[in-house]
Write a protein that binds this ligand. Structure first.
Ligand SMILES: NC(=[NH2+])NCCC[C@H](N)C(=O)O
Length: 491
C-alpha cells in the first residue's frame, strides 16, 4: 500500500493495491495528506525563513503562500475529477494542454525536482546526525558524503528487491515527524517573548535584509519547498469513502500544515532575534529547541529529522524513478526508461536517477554546497510543472473542456487563475540565479526528448517548439558560462 501517492504516477503503478485497500476515514485521510507534504523542510524553517526576512515579511510570506498553495491544491483536485483519463499527473496535464515538448519539460522538471530534493535530504540527514557524530559537519563533509552514499545505495537495493512503502513505515514516520513538531510549538509558545519578536518587526533596522518586498521574495522558494507534495493530496484523498471527504481532507490537511509551518517559523522569532536565527546551523529547529529546554531537546529533534527524512527519502526515490518510467510508457521519454526488473521495479530509471543523486552528492562535497542551496534548486525546478498545471486548469475552465452544459466554471477559473498568478510570482521571486541554474538542468533534457521522438518516428519539434528549445539551450549555455566564470554560484 502506498500512502504517499504524490503524483498520480505512483497511483497508476499501485492501482491494484490501493483500490483494494480499505476506504479511509476523514481523519486518516487528513493525516495522509499531511504526510505527503511534511518531510525535511519544516525542521529548518526557523533559520531558512529568517535568513532573509524579518517577522512582518515572514508573516506576509505565509499569507501569500497560503492563498497560492490552496489554489494549487484545488487545481489538482479539480483536474483529477475533470480529466480522470490523464493518469500520470502533472506532466500529463501539461502535455494535454500545451503539446508534447512542453509536456516533456514538465515531466523532466518534476523528476529533476524530485531527485535534487533527495540530494538535499541526504545532506540534512547527516547534518542532523552530526549532533551525535560531529564528523558529519553540515552534511557535506567527506564522512557525510560517504554515509549519504551508503544510505542512497541501501535504499536503491531495497527498491530493486521490490520493497515498497509499507503502511507501518508511513505510520512510524508520520508520528515521528508530527509529534516533535507539535512539542516544539508548545515549548516555543511557552518560551515566546513578545519583546524579542517585535524588536525589529519590519526587519528594516537590519541593512542586510533590504526592502520589505525583497524580504518577502526571499521566503518564497522556502515556503514552496515545504508544500511540495501537495499535488499528491488529491490522489491520496481519492481513496475517500465519500466524495465530500476529498475536499475536506485536502483543505484541512493543508491548513494544518500551514498552521504548523507558520507557527514554527514565527514562534522562533520570539525566542531568538532574526540575525541570531539567520546564523543557525540546520536543522535549526533542533538548535532553537535546545536553546529553550537543553540538550535532550536538540537530540530529540535531530532524531526526528533522521526518521522523518529517511521515510521521505524512500517515498521520493520511488516517485523519482516512477516519473521517467511513466513518461517512457507513453512515448514522452525513451522506451529504455520503462524497463522493469522481475520485481516490478523501474530498474533503468532507478539507476539513472540514483546515479545522478550520487553525482550531485560528490559535487556537493567539492562545491561545499548546503542543504539550503540544494532544496532551493529543487523548488525552482518544480515551478514549470506547477505553473503549467495551473494554466491547464485555467485553460479547460475557460474553454469549458470537460464541463457539461449546465456546469458553472466560475470557481475553477478563479482557482486556476490564482494558481497561475502565484506560479508567475514565484518565478519572479525566485530570481535570475535559480532560473539560470534550472535552464542548465532543463537543457540536457532536450537531447532525451529528441531521442524519444526519433524512436517514435515522430516529427521532433513544431516551429514554436524549436523557439522554445533554442531559448532553453541559450539560457542554459549562458548559465554554464556565468557559473564557470563565477558570476553566479547557486550551489
Ligand atoms: N525529495 C523531494 N523532492 N522532496 C520534496 C518534498 C519536500 C517536502 N515538502 C519537505 O518539506 O521535505
Amino acid at each position: 500500500m502506498t500512502s504517499i501517492d504524490h503524483g498520480s504516477q505512483i497511483k497508476s503503478a499501485t492501482t491494484t493495491s490501493t483500490t483494494q485497500s480499505a476506504k479511509l476515514s476523514r481523519s486518516l485521510l487528513t493525516a495522509l495528506v499531511i504526510g505527503s507534504m511534511v518531510g525535511a523542510g519544516v525542521f529548518s524553517l526557523p533559520q531558512n525563513m529568517a535568513a532573509g526576512a524579518g517577522p512582518l515579511a515572514i508573516l506576509i510570506g505565509w499569507v501569500i503562500t497560503g492563498i497560492g498553495m490552496i489554489a494549487l491544491a484545488f487545481v489538482y483536485q479539480r483536474l483529477a475529477i475533470r480529466k480522470p483519463g490523464l493518469d500520470s499527473g502533472p506532466y500529463a496535464y501539461a502535455k494535454a494542454g500545451f503539446g508534447d515538448f512542453v509536456g516533456f519539460n514538465s515531466a523532466w522538471g518534476y523528476w529533476l525536482s524530485a531527485w535534487i530534493g533527495n540530494v538535499s535530504y541526504a545532506v540534512i540527514v547527516f547534518s542532523a546526525l552530526s549532533y551525535f557524530a560531529p564528523a558529519f559537519g553540515e552534511g557535506n563533509t567527506i564522512a557525510a558524503i560517504v554515509g549519504a552514499s551508503l544510505m542512497l545505495w541501501a535504499v536503491h537495493a531495497l527498491i530493486l528487491m521490490g520493497v515498497r512503502e509499507a503502511a507501518i513505515t508511513n505510520f512510524i514516520t508520520t508520528i515521528a515527524k508530527i509529534a516533535p513538531i507539535v512539542l516544539f510549538i508548545v515549548v516555543a509558545a511557552l518560551a515566546f517573548n513578545l519583546d524579542v519578536f517585535t524588536l525589529d518587526f519590519s526587519g528594516v533596522s537590519n541593512p542586510e535584509l533590504g526592502s520589505l518586498l525583497a524580504q518577502v521574495k526571499s521566503t518564497m522558494l522556502v515556503t514552496l519547498w515545504v508544500f511540495i507534495g501537495v499535488e499528491g493530496a488529491s490522489v491520496v484523498s481519492a481513496r475517500a469513502n465519500k466524495r465530500s471527504d476529498i475536499g475536506f481532507a485536502t483543505v484541512s490537511g493543508f491548513l494544518i500544515c500551514l498552521g504548523l509551518y507558520a507557527l514554527v517559523s514565527l514562534l522562533s522569532l520570539g525566542i531568538m532575534t532574526q540575525p541570531e536565527l539567520a546564523g543557525l546551523k540546520n536543522p535549526s529547529m533542533a538548535v532553537v529547541m535546545e536553546h529553550v529546554v537543553g540538550p535532550w531537546g536538540g537530540a530529540l529533534i535531530n532524531l526526528a529529522v533522521v526518521v522523518s527524512v529517511l521515510g521521505a527519502f524512500l517515498s521520493w526515490t520511488l516517485l523519482a524513478a516512477e516519473i521517467p518510467m511513466m513518461a517512457a510508457r507513453d512515448g514522452t521519454m525513451p522506451k529504455l526508461l520503462a524497463t522493469e526488473n522481475d520485481k516490478g521495479s523501474p530498474s533503468v530509471s532507478l539507476w539513472l536517477t540514483n546515479g545522478l543523486v550520487q553525482l550531485f552528492l560528490i559535487i556537493t562535497y567539492f562545491a561545499n554546497s548546503t542543504y539550503q542551496a540544494l532544496f532551493l534548486i529543487a523548488s525552482a525546478a518544480i515551478l514549470v510543472p506547477y505553473v503549467l498545471s495551473g494554466a491547464y486548469a485555467l485553460k479547460i475552465a475557460l474553454t469549458r473542456d470537460g464541463y457539461g452544459a449546465g456546469e458553472t466554471t466560475g470557481r475553477d477559473i478563479f482557482t486556476g487563475a490564482v494558481a497561475t498568478i502565484y506560479g508567475a510570482w514565484l518565478v519572479y521571486a525566485a530570481g535570475p540565479t535559480f532560473l539560470f541554474m534550472c535552464a542548465m538542468l532543463y537543457a540536457p533534457g532536450i537531447l532525451v526528448y529528441i531521442w524519444a521522438r526519433r524512436e517514435q518516428d515522430k516529427r521532433v519539434f513544431t516551429p514554436l517548439e524549436v523557439v522554445l528549445a533554442l531559448a532553453i539551450v541559450t539560457a542554459g549555455g549562458l548559465a554554464a558560462y556565468l557559473i564557470a566564470t563565477g558570476v553566479i554560484s547557486p550551489l
